[in-house]
Design a binder for this molecule. Structure first.
Ligand SMILES: [Zn+2]
Length: 254
């Protein structure tokens, strides 16, 4: 089952990464093409994993390599779906979690590439998940019971915390220290994991972010720009919460 889930995730993830690339380039929908010269990909190049494995990483027209961000996206979804199905089997709530992972992958691809989270991805994702959360609850497969307000409350808290951080960030470091794309992403993730697990996701984000910032400082020998990419850490923390959120809470309060 895990293998089937990973295979499916890889196919879905390939489509999602290509869609993210197309949305990012503001291109018309059509055959997936090289973002640099618009030469259509051969079908083996549609998937970043497949193009790497078959030695077709570079565009045959302009010679530029395919984006590693798409590779990261495909691997992220495959690993997430694999773990979710391996741990929880195929249940309704696992299916919800699998679904919630797709926009996370797309955001990961666009944010790693341009440090932007397009509204055309995150706004429909928020709207869809708000409705889904109201009727089906948070998308955490380990959840045994839920109330109708949990998903919405999680979304509100994620939005609120990151809104305050973004405002403080602009006040201290100037515009754009923490983008409003991150605020929308935090709202989406809050809807996904719900209240109170969003608190855990936010704590994890700050821990991962802190470690990431330290790594950045040491690798760049002391210079940290006012900009810090929070989105990948939010996505990572959301995935960890969906997978082990309940265990971490139980362990912490034991
Ligand atoms: Zn090209």
């Amino acid at each position: 089952m895990t293998f089937v889930a990973m295979l499916l995730a890889w196919m879905v993830g390939t489509g999602a990464a290509l869609a993210a690339e197309t949305l990012m380039a503001r291109r018309e929908w059509g055959r997936p093409a090289c973002p640099h010269c618009q030469t259509p990909y051969s079908w083996l190049q549609w998937s970043a994993v497949l193009s790497l494995l078959t030695g077709r990483r570079f565009c045959r027209a302009c010679g530029k390599p395919g984006r590693w961000q798409r590779l990261a996206g495909e691997l992220f979804l495959a690993v997430l779906w694999g773990f979710l199905v391996a741990r929880y089997g195929v249940t309704g709530r696992t299916a919800l979690a699998l679904l919630a992972g797709i926009p996370l992958e797309m955001v990961l691809v666009t944010d790693l590439e341009t440090r932007l989270i397009p509204n055309r991805i995150i706004v429909p994702a928020i709207a869809g998940l708000a409705v889904l959360g109201l009727f089906c609850g948070p998308t955490v497969p380990g959840l045994t019971s839920w109330a109708w307000w949990q998903s919405l409350a999680g979304g509100a808290l994620g939005l609120g915390v990151f809104w305050v951080l973004a405002s403080l960030g602009s006040f201290v470091w100037g515009e754009g220290a923490l983008g409003y794309g991150d605020v929308k992403l935090a709202a989406y993730i809050g809807l996904a994991v719900g209240f109170p697990l969003i608190v855990e996701t936010l704590v994890l984000t700050f821990i991962f972010g802190f470690v990431g910032a330290l790594a950045l400082i040491f690798s760049r020998k002391g210079s940290l720009h006012s900009f810090f990419p929070y989105a990948p850490f939010l996505v990572l923390s959301a995935a960890v919460t969906m997978l082990w959120g309940m265990e971490i809470v139980t362990w912490y309060f034991r």
